[in-house]
Write a protein that binds this ligand. Structure first.
Ligand SMILES: Cc1cc2nc3c(=O)[nH]c(=O)nc-3n(C[C@H](O)[C@H](O)[C@H](O)COP(=O)(O)O)c2cc1C
Length: 178
């Protein structure tokens, strides 16, 4: 724990959706640094009590995964920070659109979006092979290089950047609510 995490009480929840483990790795880093509870969205039985939430998702078809969105659409009046992993470059137009969808869904029902974090995550090789076979995403040189880079993420630097963003969003949220 560092000074920022000690400065606020632990009343936040980290809720994440992850199929191949990339987003879970970021979620675990956030929990380890803040001491907040960590929950896989598949184990969510009722809507969370916590007012401050970090919501983790993986990108599917250019948006936060459907399981995440279904839960987000039920949230009311929360302070929320989002984090996600994707195969695309985090600075791409594709990633920007993912952020826009995430923020739009989170803003619904009076939730306050505290900002977010995106980084690359290794894409399942079966999925790459399948889309190459179908011809939906030809394996161009550019795509090959991007997927090779994605395979190295999330890394330590991604986790550290996500932690920094979460701790500052979390501190601001508790300050605004106190
Ligand atoms: C079915 C499927 C669809 C995907 N669609 C996208 C996409 O539209 N854009 C993208 O950048 N990455 C896409 N990806 C890559 C994942 O978002 C990426 O590998 C992510 O890190 C997976 O997270 P997880 O390990 O937490 O499940 C897709 C992966 C799968 C398996």
């Amino acid at each position: 724990m560092n000074a920022a995490s000690l400065a606020v009480p632990s009343r936040a929840l980290i809720l994440y959706s992850s199929v191949t483990g990339n987003t879970r790795r970021i979620a675990e880093a956030l929990a380890a640094s803040s001491g907040d509870s960590l929950l896989d969205v598949r184990h969510l039985e009722a809507l969370p009590d916590a007012d401050v939430l970090a919501l983790g998702f993986w990108v599917r078809r250019g948006q936060p995964d459907a399981v995440s969105q279904a839960v987000w659409r039920k949230l009311r009046g929360k302070s929320v920070f989002y984090f996600g992993t994707l195969g695309a470059w985090p600075s791409s137009a594709h990633a920007r659109r993912c952020r826009e969808v995430a923020e739009q869904v989170l803003h619904e029902n009076g939730n306050r979006c505290l900002g977010g974090f995106l980084c690359q995550g290794r894409v399942d090789p079966n999925m790459i092979a399948l889309s190459a076979r179908k011809g939906t995403h030809p394996l161009t040189e550019e795509r090959r290089a991007r997927l090779a880079e994605a395979a190295r993420h999330p890394d330590e630097a991604d986790c550290a950047a996500a932690v920094e963003a979460w701790l500052s969003a979390r501190a601001a949220a508790f300050e605004a609510r106190s």
